[in-house]
Design a protein around this ligand. Structure first.
Ligand code: S3P
Length: 203
């Protein structure tokens, strides 16, 4: 199993920022899938959506994950908010490493993104309602895809980096894809972890 540290969560949950911060102590390069795609396509995410449409962008996300399977060194991967929505991508994520869901309330996200113009899906009349609706739809999927859930409403980056690092190191050392619930992590429930274990055993 590849041992990448994979960060997922809604737009504005801090995947890139926390990914960058944790990449230093872990000494693992950060790969931000949005940036990877932008570089490959020579366009911003907004331009890709406008010119080629969302479905095309989603294909590029899958291609990015497939390419990550070929990486020889463990990396920190900050995925786009929509990447885990495709079942194919969730299957790839299981092969790629340890997935942490950065979970935030809709209100927190709205506060962080209300001036943002770079997220095409939020350029609408009522971004607050859109955020609430999308988080409602996506939260169960993120939970299902995650090995661990980290609450990020309280943005104390030093604490978050430390906890992320500890959980990831524990799983890397044990090398079996899991780690014990502990610290102030909001771990999955025992039932959820068991179900995830069963799925892994079958895959
Ligand atoms: C998206 C999230 C964005 C980017 C695109 C679509 C989504 O990435 O991939 O705008 O569907 O949630 P971030 O989560 O890094 O903002």
């Amino acid at each position: 199993m590849k041992q990448h540290l994979i960060l997922i969560g809604y737009m504005g949950s801090g995947k890139s920022t926390l990914g960058c911060a944790v990449s230093y102590p872990l000494q693992q390069c950060l790969i931000d899938t949005d940036k990877w795609i932008e570089q490959k396509e020579g366009m911003t995410v907004s331009e890709i959506f406008a010119v080629h449409g969302e479905a095309y962008f989603r294909q590029k996300e899958t291609e990015c994950l497939e390419t990550m399977l070929l990486e020889k060194e463990p990396r920190v991967l900050a995925l786009g908010g929509g990447t885990p929505l495709l079942e194919e991508n969730r299957r790839l994520m299981k092969q790629l490493g340890f997935t942490v869901y950065l979970q935030a309330q809709a209100e927190t996200i709205y506060d962080r993104l209300k001036e943002d113009t770079t997220r095409p899906l939020l350029q609408c009349d009522n971004p607050r309602a859109k955020i609430e609706q999308m988080i409602g739809e996506r939260d169960p999927i993120y939970r299902q895809a995650a090995d661990y859930i980290l609450q990020v409403d309280d943005w104390d980056i030093k604490r978050l980096v430390r906890e992320l690092q500890e959980a990831y190191r524990a799983v890397k050392n044990r090398n079996d894809g899991f780690c014990q619930p502990g610290g102030t992590f909001y771990s999955k429930t025992e039932e959820e972890n068991e179900a995830a274990g069963d799925q892994r055993a079958q895959s």
